[in-house]
Design a protein around this ligand. Structure first.
Ligand SMILES: [Zn+2]
Ligand SMILES: [Zn+2]
Length: 184
């Protein structure tokens, strides 16, 4: 039996009074940028390659258009099941580095989802957990994306930043701001 049923009317009333007199914990609503980045974080959890489980969200006029995460093409094998598809890249400085190429990037999967569903991304904002790579940046420009909001910088994002600037696409690095505040 529920013990609360055994309380007298006065006791129950007192409990209720105490509850209503306590100030409600202040709820801080996320900004729109934080909100869509949270959606991007949720999308990232579906990623299929642990070398970069990232995600993104594309919105316009405060509505979600599409989301994307790092993943193999639909119906194809996943890194988490069969291992990575490693590829050696020769870097301009003469060094080589290893990359997994089994998956498409989160931004690419968002753009192809938009193409499949017939959703125009013209004039939209993309929210990314990491700065888009050069290829994705070029594709985002041609989709008509007008603003790129990024949570974390990417060490090799120099070319992406240059081409976004050239194309008149605004980009916002939230992480820089947070670090800046922390150092004040
Ligand atoms: Zn992989
Ligand atoms: Zn990319």
């Amino acid at each position: 039996m529920d013990q609360s049923n055994q309380l007298s009317w006065e006791e129950q009333n007192q409990n209720q009074t105490n509850q209503t007199n306590e100030p409600a914990p202040a709820h801080v609503r996320p900004t729109w940028d934080q909100y869509f980045l949270n959606i991007a974080r949720a999308a990232a959890t579906r990623g299929t390659c642990d070398r970069g489980r990232t995600g993104c969200c594309v919105s316009r006029d405060r509505h979600i258009l599409v989301t994307g995460y790092v993943g193999s093409p639909k119906g194809c094998l996943h890194c988490d099941e069969v291992g990575h598809e490693m590829h050696t890249v020769n870097n301009p400085d003469g060094s080589t580095s290893q990359h997994c190429i089994r998956t498409s990037h989160a931004e690419q999967n968002a753009m192809t989802q938009a193409a499949k569903l017939g959703v125009a991304l013209d004039g939209a904002t993309i929210y990314c957990l990491m700065f888009p790579c050069y290829t994705c940046a070029k594709m985002l420009i041609n989709c008509g994306i007008k603003r790129v909001v990024v949570e974390k910088d990417y060490h090799a994002a120099g070319r992406s930043k240059e081409i976004l600037k050239l194309a008149g696409v605004e980009y916002v690095l939230l992480n820089d701001e947070m670090e800046h505040y922390a150092n004040q």
